[in-house]
Ligand binder design. Sequence first.
Ligand code: ATP
Ligand code: MG
Length: 275
Amino acid sequence: MLSERQSYSSNPILIQATLKAIERRREEEAREPVFLAERVGFEMDSWQKDVLRSQAQQLIILASRQSGKSLVTSLLALWTAIYKPGALVLILAPALRQSQLMHRTIRQLHATLPDAPKLYEESALRIELSNGSQIVALPGSEKTVRGYSGVDLLICDEAARVPDELYQAVRPMIAVSQGRIVLLSSPFGRRGFYHDVGENGGPAWHRTKITAYDCPRISREWLEQERKQIGDFWFTQEYECSFNDDVSAVFRYEDIMAAMSHDIEPQWSIANALR
Ligand SMILES: Nc1ncnc2c1ncn2[C@@H]1O[C@H](COP(=O)(O)OP(=O)(O)OP(=O)(O)O)[C@@H](O)[C@H]1O
Ligand SMILES: [Mg+2]
């Protein structure tokens, strides 16, 4: 007599129903990355769901330390690689060690999905899936970062600490392919491209701002203790998304902006010099 397991696995109706269910789930996941997040075992916070559902070409995430910005972006990277065959996903960070961290998270998430396209090639810097998609961790140096084109998703982790030259070197890589870009960071002073995009980027950017108080995994009590430990300057920067002046700055940003006026004629200008 057949065991119960054998009779199930050879029942054509059951097999067909299972295959249909798998197919349906694949279609849902292809439309909706949130389902992929659930399948790897995470119930996304509502802002993380918004990020995963966004169709925007350009996203900027300003978020507290440990709020889950790297995880949600890793899931977006994995979803892109699985459901857009041949996709090229690049991860940039201030240093190679940091881009490799996200790369490793993506590998670990991928390992929990037995029916995802298999790993075709793997190194500490690059994985290629059997559907031709690649995920590459970039070095944090402007001289060695060039050479990629046709990028589908460009991720810039800890973006507030990525030098402007590095950002300028990678941005053209999404130009022709109309690829997406995600900048994610906690703040780091009122300077650089990340601060500038946040202040002046306009409606072309999908914006998310999440303080530690919005994160269900960080308790109020712990935050109060932390404020006492590290002081207001660092606490407001790391947990309250505040772009503070550089610790060594002599003048506050607001004071400099308030002192600027467009009504004053410069005494020395190029036009004057040429007269
Ligand atoms: N929705 C979620 N459900 C459960 N755990 C989560 C969720 N989002 C993030 N985490 C976990 O919270 C921790 C911090 O997440 P992550 O590293 O993405 O934060 P981060 O904002 O990038 O932090 P940092 O600023 O330190 O880089 C990780 O252990 C991650 O797995
Ligand atoms: Mg992170």
